[in-house]
Design a protein. Structure first.
Length: 205
């Protein structure tokens, strides 16, 4: 883990805006999510923030939904809609409240060692919806067999692909024979979705 962190720090330059060089905010992960080497789902994961993990948030990119945190011994980037902080005695989601919370603004500069393979989702790109509670499932092996033999075109969406995230209304699903859940592929990851709620119930590695 130390080596991964050192490589990440060597490959990126993070500059805090004036007045916020050492500011940090206590935050909590709303759901399990990947901590990424850069501000976008196309960057590699450098660790996992489990639901309820305490994190230190030291800034978000202006006009973006990505923030840098230290969590579970890892420094990296997470999607702001999956972070919450305490504000005036109540938990609030960072993504909708960056300005009112006074979240510091940071910038990110890539080098050749961490340039993403695909364009980074911009502020106006379509995103996975908010995370909600879903029942945990363990799909039978034949569902994976069906997915492997029936490839679907991948959909590129902003945000982390996690259980409980809501899939946008214009994303179509494939029926899985004799199974209640549907299948689609988001950011090159096969997922199972509850068609009644459009929430992800299982993510295949």
């Amino acid at each position: 883990m130390t080596m991964t962190r050192n490589i990440f720090l060597a490959g990126a330059v993070l500059v805090a805006s004036a007045g916020f060089a050492h500011a940090e905010m206590a935050a909590t992960a709303i759901n399990d999510l990947n901590v990424r080497a850069g501000p976008g789902p196309q960057y590699p994961s450098v660790g996992i923030a489990t639901r309820g993990s305490s994190a230190y948030l030291d800034g978000c990119i202006q006009g973006s939904r990505w923030c840098r945190v230290d969590v579970n011994g890892v420094r990296g980037w997470v999607y702001a809609e999956y972070l919450q902080v305490q504000h005036e005695g109540a938990p609030v989601v960072v993504e909708q409240n960056q300005t009112s919370l006074g979240v510091p603004v940071v910038t990110y500069e890539t080098t050749a060692s961490v340039v993403p393979a695909e364009p980074q989702p911009g502020p106006g790109d379509e995103l996975l919806g908010p995370v909600g509670d879903v029942d945990a499932i363990t799909p039978p092996a034949e569902v994976r067999t069906y997915i492997d033999t029936t490839p679907a075109q991948t959909v590129q969406l902003g945000g982390d692909v996690v259980v409980g995230a809501e899939v946008p209304a214009d994303v179509t699903f494939q029926e899985v024979p004799n199974y209640e859940y549907r299948y689609t592929r988001i950011n090159d990851r096969p997922v199972l979705v509850d068609p009644s709620t459009r929430r992800i119930v299982y993510v295949y590695n």
